[in-house]
Design a protein around this ligand. Sequence first.
Ligand SMILES: NC(=O)c1ccc[n+]([C@@H]2O[C@H](COP(=O)([O-])OP(=O)(O)OC[C@H]3O[C@@H](n4cnc5c(N)ncnc54)[C@H](O)[C@@H]3O)[C@@H](O)[C@H]2O)c1
Length: 434
Amino acid sequence: MHLFLVGAGPVGLVTAVGFARLGHHVTVADIDPSRVAALSAGRSPIFEPGLEEALRAEKAAGRLEFTGNPEPPTGAAFSIVCVGTPTDASGPLSTGQVEAVVAGLLACAPPEHVVAVRSTLPVEGPDRLAGLVAARRGRGPCATVVTNPEFMREGAGLRDFEVPSRVVAGWLSPEDREAAQAVADLYAPLNAPTLVADARSVALIKLASNVFLATKIAFANELARVCDAVGADVDLVTTGVGMDERIGRAFLSAGPGIGGSCLPEQALALPLLSSRLGVPTPLIDAVSRSNVSHQQAVVARLGALLGRPLGGARVALLGLAFKAGTDDVRESPALALARELRAAGASVVGFDPRAGEPARRADPLLELAAGPLEAAEGAAAVVVATEWAEFRALDWAALRTRMQGDLVYDTRNVVDRQAVRAAGLRLEVLGRRA
Ligand SMILES: NC(=O)c1ccc[n+]([C@@H]2O[C@H](COP(=O)([O-])OP(=O)(O)OC[C@H]3O[C@@H](n4cnc5c(N)ncnc54)[C@H](O)[C@@H]3O)[C@@H](O)[C@H]2O)c1
């Protein structure tokens, strides 16, 4: 089948490759000509494990092509909309890009065409899409619009496309149920549990899933602080807690905070919705606050461990991406730590194996080092903020010779503890007995 996909960001590219691998012919459109040029030359504009190789393979097989043309090719039965829903002046999850693309598709696609919006929508998003459809139907029959949120993780996107936890599709009005089912059927070869429902419920499924995940992390982070205070180990605690299958161990992982483009944004979007509706949701409202207070607590803990004021101290931040396996720094806890540290008077120099440039763009005040050794130069402390595998096996003896102090604060529980100690460094691990 010929599919048209709009928006070649992380979600769009993974989705395009996923459908191409299922044997479909996918035409991907993006408004950014440099992105289209890079992709047409076989280069991925983002880092996602395996993505560039997969893009090249599918392109070579003739199943994937890139264009700046916003109109679906003749014969394409579905358009899949994967443009961004960033936080802007109107708040989190702005639907401006989505609405522009959907209105454009409604203007030119034939009535039998189905537009599936895969971008994350706020709960009122389906109503806005229904408004666009109603306006277009006033001028005659037009394409059907449905929703189809994704649940992929950055850094594991290709795998999550192929082994999805579930496939969910939403209809704007009950007569569109078949179109929503047809979109869900595109994923049928993946044999995933499937749910087709009204688009408002579907939008809430997506938001509630992410806010629940954020809650689990925030819970584990608060537990880590309790563990630090009582001398317990948060990994043992969460492992023991997670053995109860009603709770589960997944995502009950303590670290420097919640990050990425989804969880922090949606942990703000859901409370905003409930407050607008006048529905008290004190638990949901607290998740974001918990995350901010956690990042402040991590910096305060670092100051306490240093045993000297942070003012004037140089801190090396290893890892700037919001998690390993991506160059995405959106809402990265590492950048939040950098800001908190600077606010406390410290100077911060960061290094990331993949996300240096995106971090520089996101935080022009951040000093970037060429490698871990350069970052450690003159540092009172090294803070490990992203769980990159290469930080497990750093040359800690060499780092030690560059540092002014001797503290390594691992917020991700990633370093080789013996190697750090063997280098004569003092290791502290967030929430764990080092
Ligand atoms: N599951 C996850 O891990 C996850 C992660 C990130 C984002 N998301 C959600 O998925 C959606 C897409 O996110 P993303 O990070 O891939 O977005 P992004 O903003 O990084 O990329 C969107 C792409 O769409 C293009 N675009 C914008 N307007 C366009 C237009 N009118 N025509 C053609 N192209 C256009 C942009 O140039 C860009 O390449 C968002 O709703 C986001 O919230 C999910």
